[in-house]
Design a protein around this ligand. Structure first.
Ligand code: FMN
Length: 395
């Protein structure tokens, strides 16, 4: 048990019987229903560019510990998400030995963990690598993120995501999204939820769909950038006290840990690198009628000194194009060491809409953890009391 920390542990293979998720250290007395989590599991499955797997799975969570009569009890919460596809993998993914094991996967796929995994773990079947390295694991993160979001909602914190680019096409977004404390209710987000690309801009949506169609026809794939914004985050989460306790670093690590994510940006980090300081920093203002401390801009993405500053948190993630190509790249057969092409398995073409939903989950987990550290409380009431008294003192 990690005292005071929101701890998330997951287990499960892509084509195994189920995903198992344990979340520790949410307070007792928090309302929690399976539906709270299922909403996000369904959002992760949507989006233009996904492959055939999403037609098979209808992810929903079952609580197996830690919740009674719709409220948390204070102990570890355990959840399972069944893999419907497991039924199609009998004989290939059995847990007990089988009389006739399937032939091993030996054609290494560039861009996957295949080569590193078989060498590292001394395996001769890439299946034993790809089953856990697969982004099926992101359903577990989204389930854990659903719990983190349910907790954050009690404090008025909401986490949203949208797609900012696919391939070379960039999506515009209204500037006020990054400024308003109550931005979570902006009409843009309702449009995002309706969009198969998770954007509020119809022209970008059309372009992105055409690009994904062309990539699919060419047997190719696409990457892009998503943006996560957390609204209602109070001043004071994270600390500059130690390098590994800074909230910016923790958010960056959480986003970077998502499969295919290779770059992270906090606020306008990359644009700021090319600006004068006078254009980059957010001047400080105080308006009692507008809730106290405020800024006319939010280039910093709500973080200064590794601590939240009361503005919306803005984190972007850059995803590489999906690695599995229907026209596979040249590679080596691990068994023979001879030239070959990468193994091909049913695959997505572009996952940015889904990756953004996973990004929301990771941001929610990190922010919920920081809230638990700052405000503690064994019960939700105690945590809320601590939170409110801090807000009164810091206004
Ligand atoms: C939601 C989501 C779905 C993904 N689906 C696929 C897929 O269908 N095929 C694939 O090759 N990679 C897919 N990926 C990416 C791979 O899992 C990832 O690139 C691979 O495991 C190697 O890890 P790395 O890219 O982080 O280095 C997906 C990623 C995410 C976030």
């Amino acid at each position: 048990m990690s005292l005071g920390r929101l701890r998330v542990v997951t287990a499960g293979e892509s084509h195994g019987p189920q995903l198992t998720i344990v979340v520790e250290n949410l307070p007792a007395g928090m309302p929690l229903l399976a539906e709270d989590v299922d909403v996000d599991l369904a959002r992760r499955q949507r989006g233009y560019g996904r492959g055939g797997r999403q037609q098979i799975e209808h992810d929903c969570v079952e609580f197996v510990a830690g919740v009674r009569h719709g409220r948390t009890m204070g102990g570890p919460i355990a959840m399972v998400v069944k893999n419907r596809d497991w039924a199609n993998w009998q004989g290939k993914m059995d847990i007990a030995p089988v009389p006739e094991p399937p032939p091993p996967v030996t054609r290494l796929r560039p861009g996957h963990a295949d080569l590193a995994g078989v060498v590292k773990y001394g395996l001769d079947d890439v299946r034993n690598v790809l089953e856990r390295a697969s982004a099926r694991e992101t359903a577990s993160r989204v389930a854990a993120g659903g719990l983190a979001k349910a907790f954050l909602r009690q404090f008025g914190i909401e986490v949203r995501s949208h797609v900012r680019s696919i391939g070379a096409a960039r999506a515009p977004a209204p500037e006020e999204l990054s400024l308003a404390r109550d931005g979570a209710s902006h009409a843009w987000w309702a449009a995002v939820e309706e969009s198969p690309i998770r954007t509020g801009d119809k022209a970008f949506e059309d372009t992105a769909i055409e690009m994904i169609k062309s990539a699919r026809t060419a047997g190719d794939t696409l990457g892009g950038i998503f943006e996560v914004i957390a609204y209602g985050v109070p001043i004071g989460l994270g600390t500059y006290g130690q390098w590994d306790e800074r909230l910016d670093g923790r958010l960056a690590a959480a986003i970077m840990s998502i499969q295919s994510l290779k770059g992270v940006e906090i606020g306008d980090a990359f644009a700021n690198a090319g600006r004068f300081g006078s254009q980059a920093h957010d001047v400080i203002d105080y308006e009692p009628a507008a809730g106290g401390w405020t800024r006319p801009t939010n280039h910093a993405g709500g973080l200064e000194g590794g601590v939240s500053n009361g503005m919306p948190l803005i984190v972007r993630g850059a995803a590489k194009p999906i690695s599995t190509l229907i026209n596979p790249l040249p590679s080596i057969n691990y068994a023979t060491r001879e030239r070959d092409v990468g193994h091909v398995e049913r695959s997505d073409v572009c996952v940015l809409p889904a990756a953004g939903v996973v990004g929301e989950a990771m941001v929610a987990i990190v922010v919920a953890d920081a809230m638990r550290l700052k405000f503690g409380g064994d019960s939700l009431d105690e945590a809320l009391r601590n939170f409110r008294s801090f807000l009164e003192r810091s206004a």
